[in-house]
Design a protein around this ligand. Structure first.
Ligand SMILES: Nc1ncnc2c1ncn2[C@@H]1O[C@H](COP(=O)(O)OP(=O)(O)OP(=O)(O)O)[C@@H](O)[C@H]1O
Ligand SMILES: [Mg+2]
Length: 245
């Protein structure tokens, strides 16, 4: 059984269908990458799955359960999905440690000591134990990204979503994020990552899903997509994205 299964997912904003019938499945242990032109609906897709956005129609199953519709426990759903955003979304007035413990205490009801222990375990694993008492303004972009990931992992989610995890980072930091996602793969953490960054995509996964004009147009290796795909639009996207800047 797939961990996440989308069938015919449609999302309209006003009259415009941003998602026009998306089919996609993510299995446990997958690192799945979704690429596509700016505005093609990548962020909307992730946000539909955890119900930050209400899909217009179609089916989304998470661990076999339908997550669309009014009777769903959205809070429980979101606890199963860690979300790492492009802009990190850290609380500026909280230390690194407290950024990671906040949801453990407020949502999970852990005591401060329990939350601290769990958070420190994740911070240590991501090489951030020395930054525990610093504030977001005092650490680098790559470190912020790792704090955001530590916060997501501390909740022990079934899957971690990344939305453009490298777009606010310089190339060196971007490679660090790729390395980090590869350690998640080794730890069998399921990942769904949307990105513009073809280098990132190739470093973390050998297949890429191409989302375009509201549908999944292809899923294959970048090599196949850029050289051999029958649709010129697909070949062009992966060539352009793959060419040096
Ligand atoms: N709340 C909203 N109301 C109206 N239109 C929206 C809303 N959210 C997104 N859209 C539109 O839906 C389209 C897809 O947006 P989305 O952010 O999902 O694209 P994206 O693929 O993530 O783009 P990017 O690569 O630039 O991040 C865009 O045209 C956007 O303007
Ligand atoms: Mg986006």
């Amino acid at each position: 059984m797939a961990l996440i299964e989308l069938q015919g997912v449609v999302k309209r904003f006003d009259e415009r269908a941003v998602l026009a019938g998306v089919n996609l499945s993510v299995n446990e242990g997958d690192v799945k990458v979704v690429m596509g032109p700016s505005g093609c609906g990548k962020s909307t897709l992730l946000r539909c799955i955890n119900r930050l956005v209400e899909p217009t129609s179609g089916s989304i199953r998470f661990r076999g359960q339908e997550v669309t519709g009014p009777d769903v426990d959205v809070r429980a759903l979101r606890q199963g999905i860690g979300f790492v955003f492009q802009q990190f979304a850290l609380y500026r007035h909280l230390s690194v440690l407290d950024n990671v413990t906040l949801a453990l205490r407020k949502l999970r009801g852990l005591s401060r000591a329990e939350a601290d222990a769990r958070a420190l375990h994740e911070l240590d694993r991501l090489g951030l134990a020395g930054q525990r008492d610093q504030y977001p303004a005092q650490i680098s972009g790559g470190q912020k990204q790792r704090v955001a990931l530590a916060r997501a992992l501390a909740m022990d989610p079934a899957v971690v979503f990344f939305d453009e995890p490298t777009s606010a980072l310089d190339p060196l930091m971007s490679r660090e994020v790729a390395a980090l996602i590869n350690t998640l793969f080794r730890d069998k953490v399921t990942v769904l990552c949307v990105t513009h960054d073809l280098a990132l995509a190739q470093e973390i996964s050998n297949r890429v899903v191409f989302l375009d004009q509201g549908v999944v147009r292809a899923e294959d290796t970048v090599e196949q997509l850029s050289r051999h795909h029958e649709d010129a639009r697909v070949r062009e996207f992966f060539r352009r994205e793959g060419s040096p800047p």
